[in-house]
Design a protein around this ligand. Sequence first.
Ligand SMILES: N[C@@H](CCC(=O)N[C@@H](CS)C(=O)NCC(=O)O)C(=O)O
Length: 383
Amino acid sequence: MNTAAHAIVNLLIFRKLARDTHALAIMSGALLPDAPMFIFYFQARIQGLSERMIWRDSYLEIGHNKEINMGMLINGVWEADDGKWASKDGEFHRAQSKFRCKIGDECFPVERDRYHLYVSLACPWAHRTLIFRKLKALEEIIPVTIVHPHMLDYGWQFAEPEPLYGFTHVHQLYSKADAHYSGRVTVPVLWDKKGQAIVCNESAEIIRMFNSAFNELTGNSDDYYPIELRDEIDAINAFVYDNINNGVYRCGFATTQKAYEEAFDQLFAALDSVEARLDGQRYLVGNTMTEADWRLFTTLVRFDAVYFGHFKCNRNRIVDMPNLWTYLRDLYQQPGIAETVNFEHIKQHYYYSHVSINPTRIVPKGPELDFYLPHPASLQEFV
Ligand SMILES: N[C@@H](CCC(=O)N[C@@H](CS)C(=O)NCC(=O)O)C(=O)O
């Protein structure tokens, strides 16, 4: 018998045992009403244990159908899954994006009115692409469709049918691009209207394209990945991704205490190190604003509102770390950036969609954060 079959058989035996033990405990209680105290204690322990097992068992059954609403495409068909954000080791592992082409490749030439961006305002990865669309003056060239903040049984959905095909869900775009696609249905998605294809669904690569591919059409040559700083940017990106961008998710989606605590310690050690790095330095790479800053920004701006509470990243808030808080306000106050930040979507998405973490779906009213407080650069102290 293979391992999967073994696992299923073991599970069935375990469930049956839990129910039988429960029945036995109740029966023995009825048959031995005058049993000595230690037998009674023993019975109560078995009964309590078996009740917990049955409760957990039925909770998982409900959860599978209703409460945990992650799903994915398998061979082009949507399938509910029971929240496989976390693996058996209790740690959260993010899947690799599968569409990885580039604007400028033969199939995807640089053209006006050819590409369309699908994003969630809640998602930190999609947020990067919105920021680059703004910084690089691409709004006229690449229209955007925003998904509904709640990600439910069928994954990301549109509040109204999306403009290109009238689809109601993002997974329909994925199966239109590839009728046999198997994998997660994530945002952002950069769509090619002419080829009816997904160019790319990896935010790190989309922002690189936005940084330079359309310069001739926009006349904007600002460079957030300058050649001479690339090694340093790549190194800080890797550190920030592992420990902070993905680190908050590893805290939030951990399913064991150990995995959570490890992710938590790693996250705050990394935030401490960035806090120290920003002492007397305006941006992550010296005084030049680069993509590394924007990649960190989308996590920092969500931190106090959702990661601190919902993902249990609660050693301290960003407002308690003076350099990070100054830096965050500096970035937030850059032209056009505040318009890309939407706390209604952010809070609704996280607190409402992740029922396994927040079963009541109550969305907190706070916190109140003032991203417009002046910062040293706005007072000319950095320049
Ligand atoms: N590596 C991807 C990750 C994108 C991602 O995980 N997006 C999340 C939203 S924050 C998503 O769409 N998750 C849905 C799912 O995994 O089913 C990127 O950076 O673009």
